[in-house]
Design a protein around this ligand. Structure first.
Ligand SMILES: Nc1ncnc2c1ncn2[C@@H]1O[C@H](COP(=O)(O)OP(=O)(O)OP(=O)(O)O)[C@@H](O)[C@H]1O
Length: 655
């Protein structure tokens, strides 16, 4: 195999080839725009070429490859072959083997999966070390002759590196159990239960990129949706997919997906009822209750004739359609269509020509009859009427009805919807009319979703598969899941494969040991994390004045490399942020990119900082019903160092 200088020269050749690919794609965009006569073909070709040029252009200064595998002498079609692996294919000429193969190609799986115990035909696996964009080292594993080795130094260094800025891709160091999840077949729904820092988010994002590579045509048609817990989290992960060449994945929160202006807040009792799975039945009943029994025949005057569907037939059509209507509005259309078909039979029996114009005229004429028994409905009007008077809410107790009732009746137009109402409106919208589905939905922090939110996601996934990521121990909402099977039923995928990840790549062992003490009190059936990392520091300091202690801790942290997160109970945080500003320390908010970030405990989920200063754990616990779960989340945000500052006694569960 090549020595370091030769590898550097090869990297230069790969870069040059990539530059030629970008230039070629750009030129083709120009040519494609002028050459193709048929407009549709020209547009499609133009779109494809522009996307290619943009993707290649965005490749930027990433190292052209991160590893290489050399097959041994008995590896079938791969015998003696050498493959370089990178973030994308690089080739210097059509019909020549690529210089670098995309990490998502089938052959690349061997790089991630091969081991001394199971070499899979590989003689040597080489990993490269890059500093900025310069190739500085490599490390070889001789899989067929070497004894099973521990973790590679390069992998360890990459995992233990100080974190700065937004989340990065992990293509060079994906671990075998992560790779298996990333490459799980598109038709299989998976649910990953993973302790903090086990790479669930990373797996979900790399899975999105992998699926788009392996099933591009199918997924580009319907799209891929990634759902995360909040804007700060989305900001943190936003760079990963673009670096992997995927810029068209929709990344949002469930609240944004529902797209309703939220102008009010529910009290906890009302929110609990509105998020309960029984609301699905309540809403269905509220919609279908509007369908009445016809009390008259349908009679349509058509020039000198009168066509007629008698009351009994009309009632039968309504009853039959209601029994198997897929949605309320398609059912209504179906009744209209059935009546028109009956009139058409009568007219044709009289020799009349029933063309399209006639059929549309008849449909208009029968609509008022149908309106009396199957009225047009709007989601917000149904909900406004239910919340104005929930007496008929089937399946709720009198107290629950009381909890969701508005103090006085309102019309939809003057309603001030809450976040939970947005979920109910979405359910109602889908009862009326089906919406589009995505080719793949990836849901992060899925333990926090309510049954009704799960249903909103299930609808957008339809018959397609779904990737569910979460940790039951990090559940902080009042309706957080305690059992994945149950949550998967709400998500419409009861048979999804549940897989546990328990090796943590973020949190160092000393911090994991502390956080794991909380697991007993959380009473969740989850395996404790084992840390991949032996480094890291933990300090617990009693401070007489928390704000002063916080400033001193941040000053100390600033002497080292990496990002710093100050995390405290939401109501206490502003005082600490003010103290930091008064001490001339630049502080950004959770969705910013500064070196020091002030993070309210309720926004910390999914984020990570090289150095975390967690202030007053007792207050974090006391601030909400699931405060211990929140504390578990907060303590597990640290990559290298965790400082705990406290004035009150530490929560006994931690001692
Ligand atoms: N194979 C890997 N190689 C390098 N870094 C990794 C690997 N797996 C995970 N990481 C890193 O570990 C950190 C934690 O990963 P991630 O955020 O995906 O974990 P998580 O399970 O979603 O955590 P949490 O539940 O706490 O949100 C990230 O910085 C991620 O890049």
């Amino acid at each position: 195999m090549r020595d370091l200088d030769e590898e550097r020269a090869y990297a230069d050749r790969c870069r040059a080839a990539l530059r030629r690919m970008v230039a070629g794609a750009r030129e083709n965009v120009a040519v494609g725009e002028h050459t193709w006569g048929d407009r549709y073909t020209a547009e499609r070709l133009g779109y494809y070429l522009k996307t290619l040029a943009r993707d290649l252009g965005e490749e930027g200064d990433n190292p052209p490859f991160f590893g290489v595998i050399r097959y041994g002498s008995d590896a079938g079609e791969h015998t003696g072959q050498t493959y370089y692996l990178g973030r994308r294919h690089i080739s210097d000429a059509i019909a020549r083997p690529p210089m670098v193969i995309d990490w998502r190609a089938q052959v690349s799986a061997t790089f991630y999966q091969a081991s001394a115990v199971e070499p899979r035909g590989i003689a040597t696996r080489r990993r490269f070390g890059w500093s900025a964009n310069a190739l500085t080292s490599f490390e070889d594993e001789h899989l067929r002759t070497g004894a099973p080795a521990g973790a590679s130094d390069l992998v360890r260094r990459e995992i233990e590196r100080a974190r700065v800025g937004p989340m990065r891709d992990i293509v060079a160091t994906i671990q075998p159990e992560q790779d298996t999840l990333v490459r799980t077949d598109l038709d299989v729904s998976v649910c990953v239960q993973g302790a903090p820092g086990t790479g669930k988010t990373a797996v979900g994002l790399h899975r999105a990129a992998y699926l788009l590579y392996a099933h591009r045509a199918r997924l580009q048609r319907n799209g891929v949706l990634v759902l995360g817990p909040n804007q700060a989290f989305l900001h943190y992960i936003s760079a990963v997919l673009p670096t992997l060449g995927e810029v068209d994945v929709e990344q949002t929160t469930i609240e944004r997906l529902l797209d309703r202006e939220v102008r009010a807040t529910d009290d906890p009792a009302a929110a609990a009822v509105k998020h309960d799975a029984r609301m699905a039945g309540v809403l269905r009943e509220a919609v279908y209750r509007r369908i009445g029994r016809p009390e008259q025949a349908v009679v349509v005057t058509d020039e000198s004739y009168k066509w007629r569907v008698n009351q009994h037939e009309f009632a039968e059509m309504v009853a039959e359609t209601r029994a198997d209507a897929t949605t309320y509005l398609t059912g209504r259309e179906r009744v209209i269509a059935r009546i028109v078909a009956a009139l058409q039979r009568q007219a044709e029996a009289r020799g009349q020509n029933c063309n399209g114009v006639w059929l549309r005229r008849m449909a208009r004429a029968v609509t008022p009859y149908v309106e009396t028994v199957w009225p047009l409905l709007k989601a917000d009007e149904v909900l406004a009427s239910l919340l104005s008077d929930p007496r008929e809410a089937a399946g709720l107790t009198p107290e629950e009805r009381q909890a969701i009732a508005w103090p006085r009746p309102r019309k939809a137009k003057s309603a001030r919807w809450t976040a939970a109402d947005a979920v109910l409106l979405d359910e109602l919208g889908a009862l009326l009319e089906r919406g589009p589905t995505y080719g793949q939905v990836i849901v992060d922090e899925a333990q926090d979703l309510s049954p009704m939110q799960c249903r909103a996601i299930a609808r957008r996934s339809g018959h397609n598969s779904i990737t569910v990521l979460g940790d039951l121990a990090q559940g902080t909402t009042p309706w957080a899941a305690t059992d994945w099977r149950e949550q998967l039923i709400h998500l419409g995928k009861p048979d999804a494969k549940i897989v546990a990840l328990s090796t943590g790549y973020r949190v160092p062992a000393t911090v994991v040991e502390l956080a794991n003490r909380l697991l007993g009190a959380l009473a969740m059936d989850v395996p404790p994390t084992r840390s991949f990392r032996s480094d890291g520091e933990l300090t617990i300091t009693r401070a007489d004045d928390l704000a002063t202690g916080c400033v001193a801790a941040v000053r100390r942290a600033l002497t080292q490399e990496g990002s710093i997160g100050v995390i405290a109970a939401d109501h206490q945080l502003p005082a600490f942020a003010d103290a930091l500003k008064a001490a001339d320390i630049d502080v950004s908010s959770a969705d910013g990119d500064g070196r020091v970030t002030a993070v309210p405990a309720t926004l910390a989920k999914g984020l990570e900082y090289d150095h975390v200063i967690a202030v007053e754990p007792a207050e974090i616990v006391a601030s909400e019903p699931r405060g211990l779960n929140r504390l578990y989340v907060v303590l597990t945000r640290a990559v290298s160092r965790l400082d705990i500052l406290h004035q009150q006694a530490m929560p006994p569960e931690l001692c």
